[in-house]
Design a protein around this ligand. Structure first.
Ligand code: MCN
Length: 788
């Protein structure tokens, strides 16, 4: 029996569920100093003086440093690895600002103390004088440069990025269109909210100059390089370990001020230094997601066949460029034509600075935004043409036989069968029956309206071919590395460069390796997230781990098998071609009794007594894999809602998802990823928003104000899948880690708009809270003369 494709129980869960997992705060290191960052209470303010004397006099306080005090610690500003255009503007960003605060939460000083409590108390005693300046919280206001945040840059416009393969074609399509649809959508800012906020612990070895950095990060390998560059420490003196991370959702794909501060202070004070983020601190000091104003226009012929898509974005960078801030809108830039066969395409993104927490990757990163815009616009087109939303999609899908498909934006889409996923989703939800029910409710004059929302999504994941990243000016490659070793006793040890934070890589990688080697996955140990154990890697983001990291694991396993075959042939005194390998046993073709199990070969390779001439002992191999293309998972999600016209309340009645991530390694893990993803997508549609007042204060800085949904708000999902393998990698597998989030948001909002369309509602701002839905209904009623 093969393990791949089966619902193998996640080996990761027992330690998490029993509390055995060790998070940063659980790591006990004697003599560690604690730091507390003094953060600006103003969104935009010049720091005129910092007085730490009162704080320094408090019990347990060891030091207080300002940005100016630590200026000599940094080899340069904090890293931004993705300067998307040559002339991108970016303010110098340091772990503590030396001149002015650019958002509420910007670090101004740091207190170092013997205990956490002492550090916190003393931080309140640091006296900072500010010259308060006007905040900039509105993207269009920022574009107008009424207040220029960074005087040296002269403008708030960070960059303009265009993808305009053939403007003449786009213009011709709009000029001759029978239908033109325009949509303007706001992607509100979101707060990622992992179960565990961030944390850092740095342990120096004063004599060797070594630092072990424990961080709740998704990217130990990238962090190591960035710490080396940012602090002028040799990479050979740095070891980065990501222990239990407690979820990341993209926000731990970053290099943060506190990581640099802890290493710099451990170096300066020659003692371990630690910091644990609080939840409220997390809402400001950790990056936020989304933050865009989107304008999308579709041109279509009389049948509703789309002939061109034109997109204009304004994207909110926040106060600074974090690690990949500028690249987030660009990750969606190629996807605004969606799963549709669109011949002409035009995309422009203007990115601006504001005086709010920096934005960066949040589950989906650019791709949920793209899917939202096109899927909302497709529903508008359906209404304008007068056809069902399912029908408008069918008329426009890229046909299954067109793959690999050269898209107008310039990417080659690997494989797809969009009709197949739609058919399954429609059948699963009972679409025709639902439409009849909707009709009869409408006829009866009921004020609880039924709405059915479709979202046919795809995404570009498996980040990424290094050359493609280079062409997009990303600072690193997209390969992944792995090693596989059969230990003398026949057990298997795998190292992987992907660094999981909840996805179940240990389980899935053991299934892949176990099947290939013909051993039980339980005999396969998977090591990760420690640069001393797995030195090569590009970590976990962009649903890349299976398609890229899993492939590297498979390739390393195949190299081990090749080596084992050579040893088996030598020992059985036959040619390698005369051997068969099945169920972990090499046997001579035709005489199966002449056989050696791979475990026996492992021991022979360890002994080295009788190996072929020139063959290195030990059964170990490494592989680095750079994918030739992205992978493009897809599917259709359908959400059924009931909207109460009188209160604006939205109830989710049904949620059906049909996803296609190619071959599945572990269907249970895939379903889990889809579940979590859908909840995050629904959360954006209905509940979550990082709301700021006009002075740049975050109004939603606790989980009482920032509404992360619980199981109580979410219905049970009906999931199904189709399987369209990708030709991109030998596993035939596409990513699934972000798919649910990408698909869900437009499905929910399309459902609400579908419910309220007879009242004249064409859009609802997210999150669609009862008040907002109610107000939208009132506006629509007064606009079409029905009265409030
Ligand atoms: N998988 C599979 N078969 C497939 C595709 C995936 O069995 N065809 C399995 C993989 O083996 C892996 C999991 O599903 O165990 C997700 O794989 P993949 O799609 O490759 O995504 P990554 O592992 O690279 O995860 C990253 C993705 C991202 S970008 C975010 S953000 C995210 C997410 O995954 N954050 C998460 N899922 C999360 N899940 C948890 N619990 N916590 C987070 O913070």
């Amino acid at each position: 029996m093969t393990a791949v494709g089966t619902r193998y129980a996640r080996r990761e869960d027992a330690p998490i569920l029993t509390g055995e997992s060790r998070y940063i705060d659980d790591l006990q290191v004697p003599g560690a100093l604690h730091i507390e960052v003094v953060r600006s209470p103003h969104a935009h303010a010049r720091v005129t003086s910092v007085d730490g004397s009162a704080a320094l006099a408090m019990p347990g306080v060891v030091a207080v440093f300002t940005g100016a005090d630590l200026a000599g610690e940094w080899a340069g500003p904090m890293p931004c690895a993705w300067p998307v255009v040559e002339d991108m503007k970016s303010p110098a960003h340091f772990p503590l600002t030396p001149d002015k605060a650019r958002y509420v939460g910007d670090g101004v000083a740091v207190v170092v103390a013997e205990t956490r409590v002492a550090a916190k108390d003393a931080a309140e005693a640091v006296v900072v004088d500010y010259e308060v300046l006007p905040a900039v919280v509105d993207l269009e206001d920022s574009l107008a440069d009424r207040v220029v945040i960074n005087e040296d840059l002269g403008t708030n416009l960070a960059y303009v990025w265009e993808l305009k393969p053939d403007e003449a074609k786009v213009e011709a399509a709009f000029a001759s269109a029978a239908h033109v649809v325009k949509g303007r959508y706001v992607q509100q800012r979101l707060i990622p909210s992992p179960m565990e906020p961030r944390g850092v612990l740095v342990v120096p070895q004063p004599f060797g100059g070594d630092f072990t950095v424990y961080s709740a990060t998704q990217i130990p390998h990238i962090l190591k390089v960035m710490l080396a560059l940012g602090l002028g420490i040799s990479e050979t003196n740095l070891r980065v370990v990501a222990p239990a991370v407690g979820g990341g959702f993209g926000c731990k794909l970053n290099v943060y001020a506190e990581e640099l501060l802890c290493v710099a202070l451990a170096r300066k004070m020659k003692r371990p230094v630690r910091w644990t983020e609080e939840r409220t601190e997390n809402t400001r000091a950790t990056i936020q997601g989304r933050g865009q104003i989107q304008e999308i226009e579709l041109a279509a012929d009389a049948n509703g066949k789309v002939t061109a898509v034109r997109v204009n974005l304004v994207a909110d960078m926040g106060a600074y460029m974090q690690l990949v801030t500028p690249g987030i809108p660009i990750l969606g830039a190629f996807l605004y034509s969606g799963v549709y066969d669109v011949p002409a395409y035009s995309f422009t993104c203007k990115s601006v600075f504001t005086t709010m927490t920096p934005t960066d990757a949040y589950r989906g990163a650019g791709r949920p935004e793209a899917t939202y815009a096109i899927e909302r616009a497709m529903d508008s087109l359906a209404r304008q043409v007068g056809v069902d939303p399912a029908e408008i999609r069918r008329r426009n899908y890229i046909p299954a036989e067109a793959f690999p498909y050269n898209s107008a934006p310039g990417l080659v889409f690997d494989s797809g069968n969009y009709d197949g996923a739609l058919d399954k989703a429609l059948a699963l939800v009972g679409y025709e029956q639902l439409r009849k029910e909707q009709e009869s409710r409408r006829d009866s004059g009921a004020t609880r309206h039924l709405g059915i929302g479709l979202s046919s999504y795809f995404e570009m994941c498996g980040l990424a071919p290094s050359r493609a990243l280079g062409a997009l000016k990303y600072g690193a490659g997209g390969w992944e590395a792995a090693s596989v070793q059969l230990l003398p006793t026949g057990k298997v040890q795998v190292t992987t460069g992907s660094s999981p934070h909840g996805q179940g890589h240990e389980t899935c990688w053991s299934q892949i390796v176990g099947d290939r080697l013909g051993v039980s996955p339980d005999d396969v140990d998977v090591l990760h997230s420690d640069t001393a154990i797995s030195p090569l890697g590009m970590d976990t983001y962009g649903s890349r781990s299976l398609a890229v990291g899993g492939t590297a694991v498979a390739l390393a396993t195949d190299k081990v098998i090749d080596k084992a075959r050579a040893i088996a042939a030598h020992q059985l005194e036959v040619a390698e071609d005369d051997l068969e390998f099945a169920d972990g046993v090499f046997s001579v073709k035709g005489t199966p009794e002449r056989a050696i199990p791979i475990q026996g070969i492992a021991f022979a390779a360890f002994q080295g007594h009788n190996l072929p001439d020139g063959l290195e002992p030990n059964l170990r191999a490494e592989a680095s894999y750079d994918p030739p293309n992205f992978v493009f998972p897809f599917g259709t999600h359908i959400c059924v809602v009931e909207v109460d016209e009188e209160t604006g309340r939205v109830d989710l009645l049904r949620y059906v998802a049909v996803d296609d991530c190619g071959n599945q390694i572990n269907p249970m893990i895939v379903e889990g990823q889809v579940h979590g993803g859908i909840v995050q997508g629904v959360a954006q549609a209905l509940f979550e928003e990082a709301a700021y007042d006009e002075d740049g204060n975050l109004l939603t800085s606790t989980l009482a104000d920032y509404l992360v949904p619980s199981a109580a708000e979410i219905p049970s999902f009906d999931l199904d899948h189709t399987v369209t393998p990708t030709p991109t990698n030998p596993l035939g597998a596409k990513g699934i880690g972000e798919a649910g989030t990408i698909a869900a948001t437009p499905a929910v909002i399309n459902a609400i708009v579908d419910a309220l369309a007879p009242l004249g509602v064409t859009d609802v701002r997210m999150p669609a809270s009862p008040l907002r839905v109610w107000a939208t209904i009132q506006e629509a009623k007064s606009a079409n003369g029905k009265g409030a």
